[in-house]
Design a protein around this ligand. Structure first.
Ligand code: FE
Ligand code: FE
Ligand code: ZN
Length: 280
């Protein structure tokens, strides 16, 4: 079965997200842990609401949701106060996610803002070593990035450098989320050589470390470093490219999350389209 969902607003609470995605024909979803651009915490969720979502997930056989950290975190910022804020916030979010055991938590590795890749990856690993713990019930995912500005994670090798610097005791809870728009923007040829790209991922990172896929078309050609998501079939990857991705033997069992420019009705249409295009 295709594991598919989309990004949802958390405004209506936790249970609401689970109910909505099931109504949309999906089987998992992603949400921002708090306002993605701001620092204001969303109102504290009620334990009953979170517990109700967890029961719904177990009853319905949904794939555990993917929480996405806000964009305001920068684990490899130059300013120490930004790094401290990122560390403390991520730690508290990971503690909270113990209420939804089996969750995934995705974050953008960060921008090194001129400090260089070496310093950047070391600071990111320092943060992970500070916020993770042995026996935690969440899998923390590094997202592959488009390589805009000084973004770290523009290559599989940069993510490998981070993983190598994280305490091995935390490795069972550490993985990668592959964003198809970002990877294409970073210069990997998903359209012309999907096999080659996935073999490269497997060689450098290991396909077992791939826990989730952000399924987006890209408004720009390969290597553009722009990070502009397009609707499924309306971008550079196109419907054929996207179909090959969801049906590839190395990917077809992974959960896919749409982050395309859509409202919920548009997402429901894309979920239906992809479900139709998926070979069991
Ligand atoms: Fe992201
Ligand atoms: Fe993404
Ligand atoms: Zn993006």
């Amino acid at each position: 079965m295709l594991k598919i969902g989309c990004h949802l607003s958390i405004t209506g609470g936790y249970l609401s997200m689970g109910e909505r995605i099931l109504n949309m024909g999906g089987s998992t979803f992603q949400y921002f842990t708090k306002n993605p651009q701001g620092r204001a915490p969303t109102k504290t969720p009620s334990p009953e609401d979170v517990a109700a979502l967890y029961s719904l997930i177990l009853e319905s056989g949904m794939t555990m949701p993917l929480a996405h950290a806000p964009y305001t975190y920068n684990p490899c910022a130059l300013k120490e106060d930004v790094r401290k804020y990122s560390t403390e916030s991520m730690h508290s979010e990971l503690l909270f996610l113990e209420n939804l055991p089996g969750s995934m938590y995705n974050f953008h590795p960060g921008c090194h803002v001129g400090q260089g890749v070496e310093v950047g990856v070391t600071l990111i690993a320092d943060l992970l070593n500070a916020v993770m713990w042995e026996g935690m019930h969440t899998t923390v995912l590094l997202e592959t990035m488009a390589g805009k500005g000084t973004e770290i994670g523009r290559s599989f090798d940069e993510l490998r450098m981070i993983i190598d610097r994280v305490d091995e005791r935390f490795h069972p809870n550490l993985g990668v989320c592959l964003d198809t728009c970002h990877v294409s923007d970073a210069g990997y040829d998903l359209l012309g050589d999907l096999d080659g790209v996935l073999q490269e991922f497997d060689r450098v990172i290991g396909i077992d470390r791939l826990y989730a896929v952000h399924l987006n078309d890209s408004a720009n050609p390969m290597g553009a470093h722009k990070d502009r998501h397009a609707k499924i079939g309306e971008g550079y990857l196109g419907m054929d490219g996207i179909k090959r991705i969801i049906n590839h033997p190395m990917l077809k069992d992974k959960p896919f999350y749409l982050e395309t420019p859509n409202d919920e009705a548009g997402y429901a249409r894309e979920i239906a389209l992809l479900t139709e295009a998926y070979h069991e």
